[in-house]
Design a protein. Structure first.
Lengths: 208, 299
């Protein structure tokens, strides 16, 4: 992964804005930001972001590559789309936040223990296995991220919720052995492999 | 023949034994009354939701949604695709918008889809079930089927994020959408005015950032109580789950005594249309709604 990072640094040198425009989802919108700050004030988790969106946009333009890509900020996006609908320039901010997080993750620069980074990866790997979400495995994967002991502890704390869900027939223990899924998982896997290949080529995420 | 037919995208959470299985139960009952025929898109897959971005990137997520749309185009030609889940609807619509307006993205998605033997042509329209109700039926038509109005029951219509932004329901404002209130009133219930109607519940971050999300949930529930609501009603499976199941955790964290039922619009409609508690999926709640159970039992 760090090879990809070295490669990107060499390619774009000091022009981080150009790099974001080429490699980040909807990145070519960044230069449209006029620094009004409505996005930052509209974000539900805004107070927890080290750098709210408008600040990230200015940092990108100022070439603060490492500060941006190692930031935990964009990982706190809840995908509520409040920033998008309020932005006077109609910048697709939510998508840019996802794009920055994805790019940082792929380059190996995203903060290692960021909980949403972990959950996001867990979720994707969960759904592509059978083509559909396995809610039970997803919850268990989350509880046990810090090992067995802590997993049992979190699991116990959440037990009343879990039992309630099972009783309400909204969580099925059978999912562990006989999960829901698509028939054509082979086709889905081949499709996703190809999609990733194309995306990596377009975004320069393949080793030279 | 049914009045209206749609290609149905139920989504992962609506499957039997999944977190919104009772949503589907009530949607099926509601559709029976309205004579809507829903045909599942064969072998549909997960939309990737918003949270899949770290590993899923851009094109792989669009490919997932394009697969569903391509399958609907091929197997259920001429039918609109309807989703009941906010995230499924949003993701499918986002993909449609991107592929219909960006020829490179569309060519790339089709190159990937070819591996699964499919092609996206952009023929199928994508709707949320609420859009079907409002745009293809309309409040007057929906009201005609009411046999038991939900008189005297006060609901806080919790619209949340993803059925509201960025697409929303045609003609509605992002800051104060009124369609859910209107649906409640159409069913004879009372919609209370409160200030957390479009507040985010934390979404998928309820799992990864529980503390921050539970603050959101607390604000929503508190406001609903403060404005006299007896129950909360929502069109989104994740809003429903988050706001219902974490009330216990919120109580522990904040010393509150929250215990407010959180329902789907389709459950209210099923009951107002004369359906039983079972047909409305009332058995699928952790926080029960005894008032509605009694209402359903009443002849």
């Amino acid at each position: 992964m760090s090879d990809l990072n070295t490669q990107a640094v060499a390619k774009y040198r000091n022009n981080f804005l150009k790099e974001v425009e080429a490699c980040v989802e909807e990145g070519d919108w960044v230069k449209m930001c006029m620094q009004c700050g409505v996005c930052s004030g509209s974000c539900p988790f805004g107070p927890h972001w080290d750098h709210p969106p408008q600040e990230l946009f200015m940092m990108i333009r100022a070439g603060k590559r490492e500060e941006v890509l190692t930031s935990s900020s964009m990982w706190m996006c809840t995908s509520c789309y409040n920033c998008i609908v309020r932005c006077p320039r109609e910048i697709p901010i939510t998508h840019i936040m996802h794009g920055l997080a994805n790019y940082a993750h792929r380059l190996g620069l995203a903060p290692k223990n960021q909980p949403t980074r972990h959950f996001s990866g867990l979720f994707w790997n969960n759904i592509i296995k059978t083509g559909r979400v396995n809610e039970l495995k997803l919850s268990l994967g989350l509880y046990f991220r810090d090992g067995l002991v802590s997993g049992i502890k979190v699991g116990m704390a959440m037990a009343s919720v879990g039992i309630g869900m099972v009783l309400a027939k909204r969580l099925n223990p059978i999912e562990l052995i006989k999960p829901h899924g698509c028939k054509d998982t082979k086709g889905i896997h081949a499709m996703l492999k190809k999609a990733r290949e194309i995306e990596d080529r377009r975004k320069g995420l393949t080793a030279a | 023949m049914a009045t209206k037919e749609y290609a149905f995208y139920p989504g992962c959470s609506s499957q039997p034994g999944a977190s919104a299985s009772n949503y589907l139960t009530s949607v099926n009952s509601m559709c029976k009354t309205l004579d809507i025929k829903l045909t599942e898109i064969p072998d549909w897959n997960c939309c990737g939701a918003s949270i899949g971005y770290a590993e899923g990137g851009e094109l792989p997520r669009h490919a997932m949604n394009a697969r569903n749309l391509a399958m609907a185009e091929r197997e259920l030609p001429g039918q609109k695709v309807v989703a009941t889940c906010a995230a499924c609807w949003l993701s499918a619509r986002e993909t449609k918008e991107r592929l219909d307006h960006n020829s490179t993205m569309r060519a790339d998605a089709n190159e990937a889809l070819k591996e699964a033997g499919l092609e996206y042509q952009g023929k199928a329209e994508v709707m949320h079930m609420v859009e079907v109700l409002i745009e293809d039926f309309g409040y007057d038509e929906l009201k005609k089927h009411v046999v038991k109005p939900l008189e005297g029951i006060k609901f806080a219509g919790y619209v949340g994020c993803q059925t509201n932004r960025p697409f929303g329901i045609d003609g509605e404002s992002f800051e104060n959408p009124v369609y859910l209130d209107k649906l409640v009133e159409t069913m004879g219930g009372e919609a209370v005015a409160y200030d957390q109607k479009v507040t985010c519940c934390g979404g998928a971050l309820a799992f990864s950032e529980p503390e921050k999300s539970q603050k959101q949930i607390k604000d929503i529930v508190e406001s609903a109580y403060d404005h006299g609501a007896e129950m909360i009603v929502t069109p989104c499976p994740l809003c429903q789950a988050n706001v219902e199941i974490y009330q216990g955790a919120v109580n522990k964290r904040y010393g509150t005594k929250f215990n407010i039922p959180v329902l789907y619009y389709s459950q209210l409609m099923t009951l107002a249309y004369g359906g039983s508690a079972k047909e409305a999926g009332l058995d699928g709640h952790i926080i029960k709604a005894p008032k509605l159970e009694a209402f359903a039992a009443k002849k």
